[in-house]
Design a protein around this ligand. Structure first.
Ligand SMILES: [Zn+2]
Length: 282
């Protein structure tokens, strides 16, 4: 069952798309098939439907899209931007620069095709990527010192999330990405991939996360934030309040149609609180 954090991102992206006369697209991000839970995708679609969301076009499953990811990888390789990495997990743990997890560049001189089992990493440049987030404002990251050469295809042959989302955003013609601030520090990597693949950069809007009492992001296993599909209005109201919107209390007696109508008429991104995460990292 989806939890409140998922709903917050769904509500914000839905309202942002609808109030700007845009389309709201659905994508099942199951690129990591080793973590796939059978039936979870159908349950998610049923829940969204029950909550009154209406999506546009076909739903995309990342698990069916590896041919497109392979094509993107070929293009990056043709431009000399990737290298095969044969470092074991153990070696990486020992050598990653001062425990920061930054790849030390061990395999940078190796080239594809490569006969032995390997991951594929992007060779990152020594420059700063910056972008304007609709809520946070300017956000900067040095790929070389804060991120390092990152994996776009795993040793087990699966494509990494970073590559998959960038390819899919381009394929789906996504113009604005609305998502939780836990993905904020992935965004510069994704912008770098967009630049390398000649894709258009979409706009970004990162939302405040739902945190537990100790300031950690609520996880899927946390029962407290689990949604009750029989009480969609109550959950949508909670999501709206988290997003700084102020739905009237008596709206809880309304149906989903009325709640959505109120939300569309009153949606204001200037009321969304700035994500806490930014304050911690700056
Ligand atoms: Zn390596």
């Amino acid at each position: 069952m989806p939890h409140l954090g998922t709903l917050v991102a769904a509500v914000a992206s839905y309202l942002q798309a609808r109030t700007n006369k845009g389309e709201w697209l659905l994508r099942i991000e199951d690129v990591d098939t080793t973590r796939r839970v059978p039936g979870a995708d159908d349950a998610m679609l049923r829940t969204l439907d029950k909550f009154g969301f209406e999506w546009d076009g076909e739903v995309i499953w990342q698990s069916k899209r590896s041919a497109s990811y392979a094509q993107a990888l070929e293009q990056l390789d043709a431009d000399g931007l990737v290298f095969p990495c044969t470092c074991s997990r153990k070696l990486l743990a020992q050598t990653a620069v001062e425990q920061s997890g930054i790849y030390p560049g061990t395999c940078r001189s190796q080239k594809l095709p490569f006969p032995h089992e390997h991951a594929v990493r992007m060779r990152v440049p020594d420059n700063t990527i910056s972008f304007d987030d609709a809520i946070i404002g300017e956000y900067q990251q040095s790929l070389a010192t804060e991120c390092g050469d990152f994996v776009i295809k795993r040793r087990d042959g699966l494509f990494a999330y970073q590559l998959a989302v960038v390819v899919d955003d381009a394929l789906q013609g996504v113009t604005e990405i609305v998502r939780g601030a836990d993905l904020l520090d992935s965004t510069p990597r994704q912008i770098f991939l967009q630049q390398c693949l000649d894709y258009t950069r979409p706009g970004y809007l990162h939302l405040p996360l739902i945190l537990d009492h100790e300031g950690r992001k609520l996880s899927k296993s946390d029962g407290a934030a689990e949604l009750n599909p029989d009480r969609p209005v109550k959950s949508i109201q909670a999501a709206l309040r988290h997003l700084g919107q102020q739905p009237p209390a008596d709206l809880v007696k309304a149906g989903t149609v009325d709640v959505w109508q109120w939300a569309m008429e009153n949606w204001s991104i200037s009321k969304i609180p700035t994500p806490d995460k930014v304050m911690k990292t700056s």
